[in-house]
Design a protein around this ligand. Structure first.
Ligand SMILES: [Ca+2]
Ligand SMILES: [Ca+2]
Length: 292
């Protein structure tokens, strides 16, 4: 394990230098810089036009003070949508931005108009802590309810939401006792497979959304939070409790990419796949990790 970490760090260091040289000599690509002063940032997503949206919980458990900010290509931050409660997971379908806001799903149009897409009553059980939000290529959404995440660490569920807003329970702890506090979600291209990381156990699972079969994929993610996928096959998983970001290859081997954060929440990848976007919730910052 330690040997693998050392090798990986060296590889990153070498490729960073190569990138720096290329950028200096051949072309000048946009290089994002760390954004500071955010209000309890949780989730981040980049739109096709390059704008970056970030959800800000602000006061935890305090309603009405949450917001979504937008960061332009120059790094300028502005409020995009306000009056939210504890907004967390973000997902885009077309030009609409969807937000998992504590007990409901909010839809925000490109010009910033908000509406309730899924009300709390539409869920099979009253939502306790809606957390990550993921879209598949078929236009469905998936949302994790992390349940009593800050107490017993159980009671979580995963739901599917179709394009009309109809909600279906996919799995919970009654169906499979390994389901405790689901957090980060990742849908495959078919929508038949959902990768999820559990905040209580730190285990990464794959869930067959048709059969409900749950398979252990990798473990050791502490307070697993965000899960993203690079087109080269590598996944990245964040550990909120220990402030770390890991990579997971297709064999399930786990390698530390970067630590030293206070609390890494729902990470995402830029559209060009050159950077991981890393919300450090307690630090109030959005960091960028350059990928190979
Ligand atoms: Ca709040
Ligand atoms: Ca999360």
């Amino acid at each position: 394990m330690l040997k693998k970490i050392a090798q990986y760090s060296l590889l990153i260091a070498v490729t960073s230098v190569m990138f720096a040289c290329q950028g200096h000599v051949k072309f000048s690509q946009y290089v994002p810089h760390k954004v500071v002063g955010l209000k309890t940032p949780e989730s981040v997503v980049q739109a096709k036009d390059g704008r970056i949206f970030i959800s800000e919980i602000n006061g935890f458990g305090k309603n009405g003070d949450g917001q979504v900010s937008v960061i332009d290509q120059q790094g300028k931050v502005a409020v995009f949508a306000s009056g939210l409660d504890d907004p967390k997971g973000l997902a885009m379908i077309g030009s609409n931005l969807f937000v998992a806001d504590k007990t409901k799903i909010i839809r925000i149009t490109a010009d910033g108009k908000q509406s309730v897409f899924v009300a709390p009553e539409a869920f099979a059980y009253p939502p306790q802590f809606l957390n990550d939000l993921e879209a598949d290529l078929q236009g469905n959404l998936y949302v994790s309810d992390s349940g009593d995440i800050l107490g017993s660490g159980t009671g979580g569920k995963i739901y599917k939401i179709d394009a009309t807003g109809k909600v279906t329970l996919l799995i919970d702890g009654q169906q499979d006792s390994r389901v405790k506090a689901p957090n980060g979600l990742l849908a495959d291209d078919t929508g038949n497979m959902l990768i999820y990381v559990d905040f209580t156990s730190g285990v990464l699972y794959s869930l067959n959304t048709k059969t409900g079969a749950l398979v252990d994929w990798a473990e050791g993610f502490g307070g697993g939070d965000g899960v993203v996928h690079h087109s080269n096959g590598t996944m990245y998983v964040s550990d909120w409790k220990n402030g770390k970001v890991f990579s997971v290859d297709m064999k399930g081997d786990v390698i530390l990419v970067k630590g030293g954060y206070q609390s890494v929440a729902d990470i995402a990848i830029t559209k060009d796949e050159r950077y991981l976007m890393v919300p450090d919730m307690k630090a109030g910052e959005l960091d960028f990790i350059q990928l190979q």
